[in-house]
Ligand binder design. Structure first.
Ligand SMILES: NC(=O)c1ccc[n+]([C@@H]2O[C@H](COP(=O)([O-])OP(=O)(O)OC[C@H]3O[C@@H](n4cnc5c(N)ncnc54)[C@H](O)[C@@H]3O)[C@@H](O)[C@H]2O)c1
Length: 250
């Protein structure tokens, strides 16, 4: 599959899934935008992408801030001409957000929902007209298997991501934009591995997953590449689990 001539706007694209998405789409010919709050990591990511021959830029953009998102989308249009693929990947996901609501301050709860939920609204609405003017495109939202039981602040925020996926699939369909979500289980990004105690990681792999190996970033990249491709041209509004079976037992 070639994405030559396409532009992908990837939130939280400096590290983890986001960087891997940028690398995968960039190596298939897309120009990539790393929309980030961590500019040091974003600039390092862009240098690595460029040295691999990928057209890439880093833009400072807190997805929770609608003014910053509009500015980043405008800069993308000025630099690369528009947006074809939007990947709403930026998210807060540390252990504390999996604790009960009553253990978090109201400000922490608001910050979580501002990034994980409102961030997707901001980016999707902001990218709409550019995507429509280019004949449509594809939006991928990153949910989580924690949305299945949805008993934590994080789980509820990621359940909302699945709701937004259905809402925008309907709302953006006439613009030729498909909207789907990926719901990963535990995947071996550096931040997820550093955040969880090794015993919990082992227990997820051995007791919860049916496939007893570590979930790799590549597993999520493969689903993303399928969903943005023409092979998925009849698929919209769906959330796909990629969890080695773990999502079926929680
Ligand atoms: N790693 C996993 O096991 C796993 C499982 C399920 C879902 N997810 C989801 O996948 C996504 C990426 O996960 P990851 O492990 O790669 O995360 P990560 O923490 O490694 O990377 C997230 C990136 O997002 C950026 N970011 C954070 N807040 C931002 C904001 N307000 N605006 C712009 N950028 C921001 C960070 O600077 C960072 O570079 C998240 O939405 C996460 O909830 C991850």
């Amino acid at each position: 599959m070639s994405h030559a001539g396409k532009v992908a706007f990837i939130t939280g694209g400096a590290i983890g899934f986001g960087y891997a998405f940028a690398e995968a789409l960039g190596s298939q010919g897309a120009s990539v935008v790393i929309a980030e709050i961590n500019m040091e990591a974003a600039n390092a990511a862009v240098a690595r992408l460029q040295s691999a021959g990928i057209r890439a830029i880093a833009l400072e953009c807190d997805v929770a801030d609608d003014v910053a998102v509009d500015a980043a989308v405008a800069k993308t249009i000025a630099e690369f001409g528009g947006i074809d693929i939007l990947i709403n990947n930026a998210g807060l996901h540390l252990t504390k957000y999996n604790l009960p609501f009553s253990t978090l301050t109201r400000a922490e709860v608001r910050a979580l929902f501002d990034v994980n939920v409102i961030g997707i609204v901001n980016c999707s609405v902001s990218a709409l007209e550019s995507m429509r003017s280019r004949g449509g495109g594809s939006i991928i939202n990153i949910s989580s298997m924690a949305s299945n039981m949805s008993t934590s602040p994080y789980g509820v925020s990621k359940l909302a991501v699945r709701g937004l996926t259905m809402a925008f699939a309907k709302e953006f369909a006439d613009a030729g934009i498909r909207v789907n979500a990926i719901s990963p289980g535990l995947m071996a990004t550096d931040s997820a591995m550093a955040d969880l105690p090794p015993a919990m990681i082992e227990s997820i792999i051995n007791d919860m997953q049916f496939i007893h190996r570590r979930g790799e970033v590549e597993d999520i990249v493969n689903m993303m590449l399928f969903l943005v491709s023409d092979k998925a041209s009849f698929i919209t509004g769906e959330t796909y689990k990629v969890s080695g079976g773990a999502a079926l037992v929680i």
